[in-house]
Design a protein around this ligand. Structure first.
Ligand SMILES: *[C@@H]1O[C@H](CO)[C@@H](O)[C@H](O)[C@H]1NC(C)=O
Length: 191
């Protein structure tokens, strides 16, 4: 029988754990910062330095997650059905668009805007409405999901498609925590 996904490979579970861990980690830590100024205290009372520390940590965890994901895919069965030029083309397009979304939103928001600066009290002076925010509400998450899907399709692994679906769900759950919280932070400023 053709095996689509090999659940016996530990690398699959490491990738899954890291996908679930990252947004959980940054939400817990950012809320600690908001309520107790934990990272600002660790950074010697400098919120900007605290935010850069968190940015570096989240960025590194992201690189590590990407590494675990590619390790997992390299050990998974490949579906011949997915090994066509058309699928590779779609994968390349998703890779390109995903990276354009991620990099352009980082550029538009800056480091503190990208990495939860609002939890540190570093608020944006105005809402960013230019590209990519005029085509997507959450270009960072959507872009990241597209890049995950791109790898899954490029290597033709159903396991990658499943992990990408979990990335998608994880980001959507994260947004349910992040969006109201960020709105609350900004509404307090207006008062
Ligand atoms: C979004 O902004 C970019 C750059 O300013 C522009 O080229 C593009 O047409 C805009 N897209 C939409 C859907 O408004």
């Amino acid at each position: 029988m053709l095996k689509f996904i090999d659940f016996k490979k530990p690398s699959f579970w490491y990738a899954l754990a890291s996908i679930l861990f990252n947004p959980t980690f940054w939400n817990i830590v950012a809320r600690q910062e908001y309520h107790n100024r934990l990272l600002t205290k660790l950074a010697g009372g400098n919120p900007r330095r605290g935010c850069y520390g968190l940015a570096l940590t989240i960025f590194s965890l992201g690189i590590f997650r990407d590494y675990l994901y590619s390790q997992a895919l390299s050990e998974q069965p490949v579906l011949p059905l997915l090994q066509t030029g058309m699928v590779k083309l779609v994968a390349a397009g998703l890779f390109l668009w995903g990276n354009i979304f991620v990099l352009s939103s980082m550029y538009a928001l800056g480091v503190t805007g990208t990495y939860l600066g609002d939890y540190f009290g570093i608020l944006m002076s105005h809402r960013v409405t230019g590209f990519p925010f005029n085509v997507s509400n959450n270009p960072m998450y959507q872009g990241s999901t597209m890049v995950f899907m791109a790898s899954a399709l490029w290597y033709g692994t159903p396991a990658g498609i499943l992990l990408t679906a979990i990335v998608y769900l994880t980001y959507n759950v994260a947004l349910r925590f992040e969006e109201p919280f960020t709105a609350m932070i900004y509404s307090k400023r207006k008062q």
